[in-house]
Design a protein around this ligand. Structure first.
Ligand code: ADP
Length: 362
């Protein structure tokens, strides 16, 4: 049965069966023609040479007997051939029909549909590819659903705050004081950041994030990011210390500052008490390894495995208070990957965390 495990083997068997039929048919027809010819010669030459005596009455001449045998062999061969062809055709097409039905169900929105890999090596492989594709579509659909839910959830809180504040001012219950307007502005800024982050993430995930890489001193970018975070660090009584050798990297300056900004914001906001956040960098082969090290709350191993996921927050209520939607590290991961680098984290609860990423050296 080994040759029939492949579609090609089955088709060859089918063609062979048909060929056998045709050859059998031709052989029989030609035998009949030859026999007829022999009989004609026999009749024509009967006068010249005395013929051997006829067989006893009731028995057929040998040529007729052969004819009849060949006729029945042909009939049986034809029947067996047709039967074989039908069986092989059904055997070959059944898995294809099953796949077609599954594709139709998927077209109608059923992404849970799977087919049993069967019907020869090629068809079994096709079925496996179909199942893998269905599983990927199902996973993506689930991610999309979750993403829409998460976005709605993130937008709801600031929008509710803004609406409640405005309604209470409208109803004359509160006055539009400077603090209230500042708080409204803060919520609007939070929404803007969220929408910007979502857009960055969507572009990066679609591979459409446009980078403008150039040769640039790594120290310049780190200093730029640290300066932007200075007042926030001061508010937390944290000092940002930067130290590293002279390295030139190939990177998009704006996006690299964004990576550093996200990591530094996290480091500063997760410090428990006054202290230092260090940014260091060094050469490692063809790459520069940049580390952002804090002495903050740290991250438990179970959370550490998930912090780069979209919308994942270790402590949702506290993170919301600091303005985070759990998108910062997903964006960092996408931006680093767009530069051809890697990012990882090490942490110990109550000791601090180290976030590291690589950039290609010039
Ligand atoms: P967010 O924008 O909400 O901060 P991130 O994606 O940047 O989201 O971070 C995901 C989670 O990882 C956060 O909820 C935060 O608790 C945790 N995290 C990130 N950086 C640190 C850090 N340096 N120390 C402790 N926890 C951190």
């Amino acid at each position: 049965m080994q040759p029939f495990r492949t579609l090609r083997g089955r088709l060859i068997a089918l063609v062979a069966a048909l060929l056998a039929l045709v050859i059998g048919g031709v052989a029989i027809v030609s035998t009949r023609v030859v026999h007829k010819e022999i009989r004609r010669i026999e009749i024509r030459t009967r006068g010249a040479h005395p013929l051997p005596p006829f067989p006893p009455v009731g028995t057929q001449p040998p040529a007729r007997t052969v004819d009849v045998w060949f006729f029945w062999i042909f009939v049986v061969a034809a029947a067996v051939g047709v039967l074989l062809a039908v069986v092989i055709a059904r055997w070959t097409t059944r898995p294809i029909l099953r796949l077609t039905a599954a594709t139709r169900r998927m077209e109608q929105g059923d992404l849970t549909v799977r087919v049993i890999p069967a019907g020869g090596l090629e068809l079994a492989e096709l079925a496996q590819s179909f199942n893998a594709m269905a599983a990927a579509l199902d996973r993506n659909e689930e991610l999309r659903r979750r993403m829409v839910g998460d976005v709605a959830h993130e937008l709801r809180a600031p929008l509710t705050n803004i609406r409640c504040e405005l309604e209470s001012i409208q109803d004359g219950l509160t006055q539009p004081t400077r603090e209230r307007i500042e708080s409204l502005h803060e919520e609007a800024m939070h929404l803007t950041r969220l929408v910007d982050d979502l857009q960055d993430l969507a572009l990066a995930e679609a591979g459409k994030l446009e980078l403008a890489p150039e040769r640039v001193m790594l120290a310049t970018l780190v200093h730029r990011a640290a300066t932007a975070l200075e007042s926030q660090a001061r508010a937390h009584a944290v000092q940002i210390v930067v130290a590293g050798e002279d390295l030139v990297v190939i990177a998009d300056p704006r996006r690299t500052v964004q990576i550093l900004g996200n990591l530094l914001t996290n480091a500063v906001t997760h410090m428990q008490q006054p202290g230092e956040v260090r940014v260091t960098w060094e050469r490692s082969g063809e790459e520069a390894v940049v580390k952002v090290i804090d002495q903050g709350v740290g991250i438990a191993p179970a959370d550490l495995a998930r912090i780069f996921e979209r919308f994942y927050r270790v402590d949702a209520s506290r993170s919301r208070a600091t303005g985070g939607a759990g998108l910062g590290l997903s964006i960092v991961r996408q931006l680093v990957a767009a530069h051809g680098g890697r990012v990882w984290a090490e942490s110990e609860v109550d000791q601090g965390s180290t976030f590291a990423f690589t950039l290609p050296l010039a």
